[in-house]
Design a protein around this ligand. Structure first.
Ligand SMILES: NC(=O)c1ccc[n+]([C@@H]2O[C@H](COP(=O)([O-])OP(=O)(O)OC[C@H]3O[C@@H](n4cnc5c(N)ncnc54)[C@H](OP(=O)(O)O)[C@@H]3O)[C@@H](O)[C@H]2O)c1
Length: 288
C-alpha cells in the first residue's frame, strides 16, 4: 500500500489526521501546498509520490457565509471533489470524500439511511450534495463519508465556542429544537483509518459515520459547561429565536447500520468523546 494524501490538512478534521498519522504514512497538504480547486495543482503535487488513498478534508463549511455568497463555495465544495476524483483515477488511488448531514432537510424523526433521498435546506447543503455526486460519478474507487456536528480540540467548533462563552457570561441561550449525533473528530479519524485496508477497489459508496447518541445543541452545551467546570446558566431556546441565515435540519441523526455491517465499525457514545476532548483542550491550555 502506498501513502495516504490528506488534503485540507490544516483544518479541524485534517488536523486530527495529522495527529493520528506519521509522515511515513501520509502526506499532509494544506491549501498552500495543494490547492484542490485546480486539477493541475493536484497532479503536480501528486507527481512522483506513491499515493494509494486520498482523503479530502478540504472544504468551505461556513453555512452562514455561503448562504449569502454561494459563488465562494462552488469551486472548493463541488469542483474540488471532482478534481480529486480525476486525479485519484490517474494515479490509481481511492478517494475518500467527507460530506455532511446538511444534505438532508431534517423533516423526519428516525435516523437517515444512505439510501434516503437528499434534500438540502441551505446553500452549503446543496453544495455538499453536488460534491458527493461529483465523487460518485467520477471516482473509480470513491467513498463518501457523511458525518455531523463535529467537535475537536483543533479548529473552530461548538465545544470551544461554548467553553469561551461560559467563561465570559453568566448565561447563554442555546437551541434545543434541533437533534443530531455529535462526532468527536478523533473517533471519526480512527474509524476511517480502520476502514482503509478493507475498501474494495472499484467500490463507490456512501457511508454515515458519527458517534452514538442523540442530543440537542442545548443538551450538548449543558454537558460542555459542566465539563469545563463553569457556573454559566444555559437557557434552551427555539431555532426561530436564534438568528441564522442558513436553515439547519431539525433532525439530522444518521443511521450507522451500513458502516457497522460492512466494516464492523462501532463508535462510542459522543459523551465519552466530549469528555476526552474537553480534557485535551484543558491540558493544551495548561501547556501553553
Ligand atoms: N466540522 C463539522 O462540524 C463538519 C460536519 C459535517 C461534515 N463536515 C465536513 O468535513 C470536512 C472537513 O471539515 P472541517 O471541519 O475539517 O473543515 P475546516 O476546519 O474548515 O477545514 C477545511 C480546510 O480546507 C482548506 N481549504 C479551503 N480551500 C482549500 C483549497 N482551495 N485547497 C486546499 N484546501 C483548502 C481550509 O484551508 P484554509 O484554512 O486556508 O481556508 C481548511 O484548512 C468538510 O468536507 C466538511 O463539510 C464537517
Amino acid at each position: 500500500m502506498g501513502k495516504i494524501l490528506i488534503t485540507g490538512a490544516m483544518g479541524l478534521i485534517g488536523s486530527e489526521f495529522r495527529e493520528a498519522l506519521t509522515p511515513e504514512q501520509a502526506y499532509f497538504a494544506g491549501r498552500s501546498d495543494c490547492d484542490v480547486t485546480s486539477l493541475e495543482n493536484i497532479l503536480s503535487y501528486t507527481k512522483g509520490k506513491d499515493i494509494s488513498v486520498i482523503i479530502n478534508c478540504a472544504a468551505s463549511r461556513d453555512a452562514e457565509y455561503l448562504q449569502d455568497n454561494p459563488d465562494s463555495g462552488r469551486l472548493i465544495n463541488i469542483e474540488a471533489p471532482r478534481n480529486l476524483a480525476l486525479a485519484a483515477n490517474q494515479i490509481g488511488a481511492a478517494l475518500i470524500h467527507i460530506s455532511s448531514d446538511y444534505v438532508f432537510d431534517g423533516g423526519r424523526n428516525t435516523p437517515y439511511r444512505e439510501t434516503d433521498a437528499v434534500h438540502a435546506l441551505s446553500v452549503y447543503g446543496e453544495q455538499k450534495i453536488a460534491g458527493e455526486n461529483a465523487v460518485l460519478a467520477t471516482a473509480e474507487t470513491g467513498i463518501v463519508l457523511r458525518t455531523a456536528w463535529v467537535f475537536s480540540s483543533y479548529g473552530k467548533d461548538f465545544v470551544k465556542t461554548i467553553g469561551r462563552l461560559a467563561r465570559e457570561r453568566k448565561e447563554i441561550d442555546v437551541i434545543y429544537d434541533q437533534a443530531g449525533s455529535p462526532t468527536y473528530a478523533a473517533d471519526f479519524v480512527a474509524a476511517v483509518l480502520q476502514m482503509l485496508p478493507r475498501i474494495k477497489t472499484g467500490s463507490r459508496e456512501i457511508y454515515h459515520l458519527t458517534n452514538e447518541g442523540v442530543c440537542s445543541w442545548y443538551d450538548m452545551a449543558v454537558q460542555i459547561v459542566d465539563l469545563f467546570g463553569c457556573r454559566c446558566r444555559v437557557n434552551p431556546i427555539e431555532t426561530k429565536d436564534f438568528k441564522q441565515r442558513a436553515p439547519r435540519p431539525k433532525y439530522s441523526v444518521l443511521s450507522k447500520d451500513k458502516i457497522k455491517k460492512d466494516f464492523g465499525i462501532e463508535l462510542r457514545h459522543y459523551s465519552a468523546g466530549l469528555r476526552d476532548c474537553v480534557r485535551k483542550i484543558g491540558s493544551l491550555a495548561h501547556a501553553s
